[in-house]
Design a protein around this ligand. Structure first.
Ligand code: TYD
Length: 211
């Protein structure tokens, strides 16, 4: 049986990393399907190199269209090398960011054409959509404060609040547009409460049920 692609999305500091790890442990503990954790950018060897190029301080800033194409290249490699092979073996793939990040960050954040991004996403993924996207919704100010407290300031985290507010608006509109695929999680709650929401949604969708 084909596996499931579950994607975690949200603004900086929304708690994806922690929740992915908790979800991995929970799913591994209860299910029969193998659980695989991966991320974008950086889920393959090529992706790790691209991630470094995309997120490290650059002497010459990367222009938005070049940035968009690098994320698309990362995704094209990732889907073929990692995601599809695991899905066809029946795994539950937990992916830290996927196509909705490009819509939110490059589309709403950087102002690139949403239509172009949708086309590129289709090309990069060959049409593989997430089965479920968990949008960890937290106020931008709270998320950025959390990210800064961890000393995790990268190129994006230094840009002004306005950029992240546009990204947040992107997630909001995506969730309204695709209510079945994208589920909003209140990520302002405690780690345990956020995980409880995730488990409830997975249960409702029959993800990770004991065989
Ligand atoms: P992030 O996933 O937040 O990693 P970490 O948890 O290590 O901080 O960082 C990835 C960054 O890449 C994040 O700022 C969003 C950005 N990004 C895009 O702008 N577009 C994309 O398509 C993807 C996948 C990521």
């Amino acid at each position: 049986m084909r596996g499931k692609l579950i994607v975690f999305e949200g603004v900086e500091g929304c708690g994806k990393t922690t929740q992915i790890e908790r979800s991995r442990l929970w799913l591994q503990d209860r299910g029969k399907a193998p659980v695989v954790v991966t991320r974008e950018p950086g889920g393959t060897e090529l992706g790790v190199a691209l991630r470094h190029l995309l997120l490290a301080e650059q002497q010459h800033p990367i222009f938005p269209r070049a940035e968009l194409l690098l994320y698309a290249a990362d995704r094209a490699q990732h889907i073929e090398e990692t995601i599809e092979p695991h899905l066809s073996q029946g795994a539950i793939v937990l992916c830290d960011r996927y196509t909705d990040s490009t819509v939110a960050y490059q589309g709403y954040g950087r102002g690139l054409s949403l239509e172009l991004i949708e086309r590129l996403n289709r090309i990069a993924t060959s049409g593989t959509m997430s089965d479920l996207t968990l949008w960890l919704d937290v106020e931008v100010e709270i998320g950025l404060a959390r990210a800064k407290a961890r000393g995790k300031i990268d190129r994006f985290e230094q840009t002004e609040l306005d950029f992240h507010r546009r990204v947040q608006q992107g997630y909001k509109e995506l969730a309204q547009k695709y209510p079945h695929r994208i589920v909003r999680i209140d990520a302002s709650r405690s780690e345990v409460e956020v995980q409880a929401q995730i488990q409830e949604i997975c249960d409702r969708r029959g993800i990770g049920h004991r065989a």
